[in-house]
Every structure is written in C-alpha cells, then in structure tokens.
Design a protein around this ligand. Structure first.
Ligand code: SF4
Length: 458
C-alpha cells in the first residue's frame, strides 16, 4: 500500500466523548488539561512538592473572553479536583466555584493545596502569540516563585495539546488515509464498506477488540439518547442571565398532538436537536459530536432514525463510524473549533456528519455519502461564532436544530443527483472552510465581541 503522510489516527471515542456541557473546548478540554497538570504535580519529587503553596491558572483568548459563560473556571477547578468529564456529577459541577470565597482542597498525593476562584485569571485582550486561540497556563507556586509551569491548548471538541509534550505514537491503522480522496480510493480498492474499514482502523488505533468497540459505541448512543430524552422532559429557564426558556418540550408536544400536520417529522427533528442542546446549555452530560456546542445535531438525526424510522442498532453503529470519518477528516485537515474557524467548524461539521450518516443508513454509496457531507458543510461556510454573553445558548441552541434539518436536506440533495456529476469534493470544501476561518476576524471566533453578541439587546 502507498505510504500515506499525516495519517488520521484519531479514535472514534475521542471524537465522541461524554462530558458536561456547555462547550467541549471550554469545558472538557480545560478539565482534561487540569487533570494532566495535577498528574504532573503528583510526579514531582517530594522535596519540590513540599515547597509548593498553591496553583495559579491563566486563561487566554476565547477561554478568557467567553470562559465565564462557558464554565471554563469550573472546568479547571474540576480537573484539579481529579474529576473526569465522563464520570463527574453534572449537578456538583454546576455548583463549583458558585461561592467566590469557597476554598477547595487539591490532593496532590503527598500534600493538600488550597484553591479558590481568585486563583484563576481571565487574561485581558483577544490577541496573543500562542499557537492556538484557547490557551491555558497552569503554575504550581511556592509563594511568588513558580515551581512548575505547563501550557495547554484546547483545540476543539475537547482535544488538547501540551506545549513541549510529544504525542505518544499510536499503532498505524491498517488502512491509512489522511483525507476523503484517499479514503474513497482505499474503499474502492479493498472493496470494503466505509464502516468496516473504520472499525478495522479503530481496533488497531484503540487496541480494543471488536466487541468492546461496539459496546463503547452503544454507550455513546445511549448517552446521546438520554440527553434528548432529558431535554424533552425539562421545562423552565436555562441557567445564566439571558433568561432563555427551554423550547424542546413545546415542539415535541405539538408534534405529538398533531398527527396530521405535514411537517411533523421536521418538528420532531427540531425538538430533538433543541432537547440535547438545551441539556448542553444547562451544563448536563452530552456527547461531543464533534463538539459540545454542536451536540444536538447528530443525536437528533439518530433519535429520528431510531424512533420514527425504526433503524436497527447495528445500522446506527455503522452510521456512527461514517459520521466519525467525516469528523476526523475535518479535524485533521482544518479544525472543529469555533475559536479557530467559527461555527462552520462546529455546527457545519456536525451537519456534514449527520448528512453522511443519513446517506449511509439509507443505503447510498460512498460517493453520495461524501457529496452529502460536502453539501452540508458547503452551506455553512463563513458561519461565525458569536454567542450572546458568552453563553452557549443564542444562537447555539436553535443553530443545532437548523444544522440537523440542513443535514437532512443535504442528504436529500446528494441522494437525488448523479453522484458522479457533483462538482465540489469534500476535501475542497474542507480546505475552503479552513481558509475562511483563517480570514475571519477574531471577534467572530467564540469571543462574544462581534455579531449577535454585540448587536442583540438581550
Ligand atoms: S455559535 Fe456555534 S461555535 Fe459558537 S459557541 Fe455556539 S454552537 Fe459553538
């Protein structure tokens, strides 16, 4: 097989991660970074640790400008307390740092360190020289002296990098690819389905066996379904100063009552996307797909397929691998971070993943799958990220519903045409998305300094 450069070796369990909302890059990523820093402290020699007096945290870029509304301060505190995104208690997480004076004990193994909200600094200014927008620096202090400093970047979807730390090489997947063109060629050559190729790569990348992988996918699907169900049941206002009312239950009960309205399944699809997104905005558990901000799109599509079209579990598993392939390709060749490329990288990618999943589950070829993803992403190009007040509520929640409907529409458009006549390839639109994101003013990249965030009165 031809040697492929920059092989995609991301695991499906990295793109689909369970964790508390509202923003994977501001919540899950910083929590994991803080957990990594805690581990580094624990590995320090005892004589150094003995001198330590506390921990200081500096948040930069979008982590600073929207970190309050996105819960970044609570996330770093949670990580230092040893909490993990997938297992932490959402209610306790929401309460963290609610009292500015409350002090927490950080257990470093050999010493307890005291920590409170004043140890976190939201650094001023949007511009900085770090290689990624979302940067956080942790320092272990001895009075005014720094004993240990680590710089982390939250690069979208809960993925993190640490300055100076080399990533541990992973086993090479048996079917290496770095973009859609290469993936399509392998599928044609090997005469293998896309999900089967993805499963075989996953076995090698994650080191799990097939049963374990499928069990993990089922857990992810259950977490997505739970988020939709909880969101459909919940009523009242979402947390935060905007006072936004939950709407998922309104749409759901309307569609449930009115059996003969022609747009009924669309109303359900909207309700499901709102439901998971409202749960995300509440800081409850969701699944990144590819991010928490866009965690309503794919669950909505999946819920519709399962509960309205009776699609069996094994087909949903296949769909998840197809959706993951699209997420991997965009993450690898562009970005899935609103702070790096705007909302096109979040809702746009989620919509592309949903469109690809719908095309595969409805029995279409890899060409149609690619075209559906391309169409969905193409029509989100240029979409900015301008959350009002820095809260993942407006425009985010409705945008998930629109993204889910767009996914369905992109699937319809792709499946109606001759797949060989499609003019634009997925790799081309991914490239365009990256370029558009680079050209986008910083104020439209999750800073709450432009667009709706400054033009709205709420
Ligand atoms: S506008 Fe889009 S990218 Fe920005 S926080 Fe909301 S969902 Fe995420």
């Amino acid at each position: 097989m031809k040697k492929v450069k920059n092989i995609i070796d991301t695991s499906i369990f990295e793109i689909f991660k369970i964790g508390p909302g509202p923003s994977s890059s501001h919540t899950i990523g910083p929590m994991l970074a803080a957990g990594g820093f805690l581990q580094s402290i624990k590995e320090l020699p005892e004589d150094i640790l003995k001198k330590s007096s506390g921990i200081k945290i500096s948040l930069f870029g979008s982590l600073s400008s929207t970190g309050k509304g996105h819960g970044t301060d609570r996330s770093v505190a949670a990580g230092l307390l040893g909490w993990k995104p997938d297992t932490c208690d959402s209610a306790l997480f929401s309460e963290l740092l609610s009292s500015p004076k409350k002090t927490y004990n950080i257990d470093t193994g050999k010493k307890q360190l005291q920590f409170n909200a004043s140890d976190i600094t939201f650094e001023k200014g949007l511009h900085h020289d770090f290689p990624f927008q979302n940067t956080v620096i942790f320092r272990l202090m001895s009075g005014e002296k720094t004993l240990l400093e680590k710089e982390y970047y939250s690069i979208g979807g809960g993925f993190i990098k640490c300055k100076g730390e080399k990533e541990i090489p992973r086993p090479a997947p048996p079917y290496p690819y770095s973009n859609m063109t290469e993936l399509r060629k392998i599928i044609a050559k090997e005469e293998m389905s896309l999900p089967e190729l993805m499963v075989r790569n996953e076995l090698s990348i994650s080191g799990r066996n097939r049963e374990d992988v499928l069990r993990g996918i089922q857990d992810i699907l259950s977490a997505m379904e739970d988020a939709v169900k909880r969101g459909l049941d919940a009523k009242g206002l979402l947390p935060g100063p905007i006072g936004l009312a939950r709407k998922a239950h309104v749409l759901y009960s309307r569609a449930s009552r009115q059996e003969h309205i022609p747009d009924r399944f669309l109303v359900f699809l909207n309700a499901y996307a709102l439901a998971a997104s409202e749960e995300n905005a509440s800081g409850h558990k969701v699944v990144t797909a590819p991010t928490s901000g866009s965690a309503g799109v794919l669950p909505a599509v999946l819920y519709l397929l399962k509960h309205h079209f009776n699609v069996p579990d094994h087909k949903l598993y296949e769909g998840m691998f197809v959706a993951a392939a699209i997420g991997f390709i965009v993450k690898h060749n562009a970005s899935i971070s609103g702070a790096e490329v705007g909302c096109q990288g979040e809702i746009g990618v989620a919509s592309a993943m949903g469109a690809a999943l719908l095309s595969h589950i409805n029995g279409y070829s890899i060409k149609v799958v690619e075209n559906a993803a391309e169409i969905a992403l193409e029509h989100h190009l240029g979409m900015t990220c301008d959350p009002i007040g820095g809260y993942v509520q407006i425009p985010c929640i409705e945008r998930n519903a629109v993204g889910a409907v767009n996914a369905y529409n992109a699937y319809l458009l792709a499946s109606a045409g001759d797949p060989h006549k499609q003019k634009i390839r997925l790799d081309e639109v991914v490239k365009a998305m990256l370029q558009t994101g680079r050209d986008m003013s910083l104020k439209y990249k999750e800073t709450a300094k432009g667009g709706l965030a400054v033009c709205s009165k709420c």
